[in-house]
Design a protein around this ligand. Sequence first.
Ligand code: SAM
Length: 354
Amino acid sequence: MTTLLPLPRIRPADPSAERATARRLADGYGRVATDLRVSLTDRCNLRCQYCMPAEGLEWLPRAEVLTDAEIVRLIRIGVTRLGITTVRLTGGEPLLRKDLEWLVAAIADLDPAPVIALTTNGIGLAGRAVGLAEAGLARINVSLDTLDPVTFKKITRRPRLTDVLDGVDAALAAGLTPVKINSVLLRGVNEHEAYPLLEWAMATGVQLRFIEQMPLDAQHAWKRSEMITADEIRALLSEHVQLVEDPADRQRRGSAPAELFRVRETGYAVGIIASVSKPFCGTCDRVRLTADGQLRNCLFARTESDLRTPLRAGASDEEIADQWVRAVAGKRPGHGIDDPTFLQPDRPMSAIGG
Ligand code: SAM
């Protein structure tokens, strides 16, 4: 059992009274946000070429990054007053936050407790998976684009494939299931690995999700013509297995970003997230909090709502909740990547929280 520091007193005196006044994070298009993505840091120990330049980025000053207590307070407001039911911790690389286990335990101690998930590159996960599971982490997504150490180093600019694979094994052993694998395919780099990744995922018991590359790189080098589309991914896999659509999967999809395809031979479900070519904004239930306390109602939003300033200036929970409600109310119907007026957000994915 991992030794955790004592939890702060973060519950309201009468949680049921707060729940009675709970509001919803509704926007003007009939969507309700219930899934909060919290970036714990903008720093990362990889330099994936579709995300960051080789030299890294100018990191947020420490003083601007939310403290543990501030993060827990904002999440508490979200779950007790605003109907947040799932909290996904991400980054940057969330495992770089040394106190992550403490944070997970504090979030799990909220009433009502949200489902807690983590998106990570898996480096260091091998030694922490059990502690995270014990702290209350329910699910995990590990990012892995290749099984070849040379290609791994080419994409991430770091020789850490073994650490990631060890992390996946540890997550499975710790029961952090389903373990989902996020893979981005890059033309001419790892597209030939679509099927080997699927074969590995089927053998290992992880759920594979391919993600279309999005215009969220710090270098602003993304080109739609270069992106491997969902249709191409499906075609690449179909050279090896027969993929079929199961109407029950479609019915169950809800707000899940991945469209599932079943491998006819095994029944295994592989996901393809067509964020660019077949956007799913109409069912989006997500809202994002950056490491420096800015609320974003869309991954591609060009505006943010600053929660950190009122938080540090002594605003009440109700005032912060009011601001949060207003920020989500202004969510646009879609990300507009296909719109000729589309402008990439100023912050890259690593600073928003993927
Ligand atoms: N460091 C953690 C990780 O690697 O999972 C969490 C943050 S990372 C930004 C979250 C996810 O975003 C990863 O799966 C990564 O592959 C994905 N990602 C980053 N940039 C992307 C882009 N331009 N297009 C699509 N996915 C991207």
